[in-house]
Design a protein around this ligand. Structure first.
Ligand SMILES: Nc1ncnc2c1ncn2[C@@H]1O[C@H](COP(=O)(O)OP(=O)(O)O)[C@@H](O)[C@H]1O
Ligand SMILES: [Mg+2]
Length: 232
């Protein structure tokens, strides 16, 4: 079953000159183990799409299903259960300033009922090792570079072993090495745990991580320009 299934999704915002339509009958499915990269011009609606797929906005009934559940009609308890199965990485890391690096990552596990508290610490440390930050566990976010903060944000998302990972321009502010670590860890999660990934990016350095690429323009997804596919 798809982790994410979107069909006929239309969405707009109310502006001073009335409703501004952003998505027009958009279709998209993400299966386990897939890394779907969405490109598209600034303002084309990429972040809006991710917010609707990621429970940050309520989509119209019947248009967005997460793990088979209709997000548009689900109640709060069902939405809470869905949130436990997915994680985000944004362009900005949004770490909690008053918590150490290790505590920020452990915080991602606290709400999960099935984790064993005794192992949270070791899981978080292992994940921070994976992103090359073993020596920063006791540091506070302001003591880290932007690239290191973003690697903590990735560790925080991946430590929860999400079934769906939603990633919005994760490497825009990163140097090449940090960008590579970020996408390599994401790829590892899909390959080992079957996570599905929906990611937007402009970053040509990381396009190779995609198992599928789509382009958002005029409110719909299509093949990216420059990748011509012969008609069958
Ligand atoms: N909260 C909002 N209120 C009104 N308009 C918005 C809001 N968020 C986004 N938009 C508009 O929706 C369009 C798509 O924005 P966005 O999804 O952020 O695009 P992208 O991520 O591709 O740059 C833009 O025209 C933007 O101005
Ligand atoms: Mg955006």
């Amino acid at each position: 079953m798809n982790v994410l299934a979107i069909s006929g999704l239309s969405y707009g915002f109310r502006g001073p000159q009335g409703e501004v339509s952003v998505l027009h009958g958009l279709d998209l499915a993400v299966a386990p183990e897939e890394i779907v990269i969405v490109t598209g011009p600034s303002g084309s609606g990429k972040s809006t799409l991710l917010s609707l797929a990621g429970l940050l906005r309520r989509p119209p009934p019947g248009t967005v299903h997460l793990f088979g559940v209709d997000v548009g009609t689900a109640g709060e308890a069902a939405l809470g259960a869905l949130r436990g199965r997915m994680r985000f990485v944004f362009q900005k890391s949004y770490l909690v300033a008053g918590l150490t690096v290790l505590e920020n990552v452990i915080a991602s596990l606290v709400a999960l009922p099935e984790t064993n508290r005794r192992f949270d610490d070791i899981r978080a440390r292992r994940m921070l090792e994976n992103v090359g930050l073993a020596d920063k566990v006791g540091a506070y976010p302001h003591q880290l570079s932007g690239g290191q903060q973003q690697r903590v944000a990735v560790a925080r998302a991946l430590v929860a072993l999400p079934e769906l990972l939603i990633v919005d321009e994760p490497t825009a502010a990163l140097d090449r090495e940090a960008a590579r670590i970020v996408v390599d860890q994401i790829r590892l999660l899909t390959q080992t745990m079957g996570c599905g990934v929906l990611m937007t990016t402009h970053d040509d350095r990381i396009m190779d991580v995609a198992t599928r690429r789509l382009h958002l323009a005029d409110g719909r997804l299509s093949q990216p320009p420059g990748e011509w596919h012969a008609p069958c």
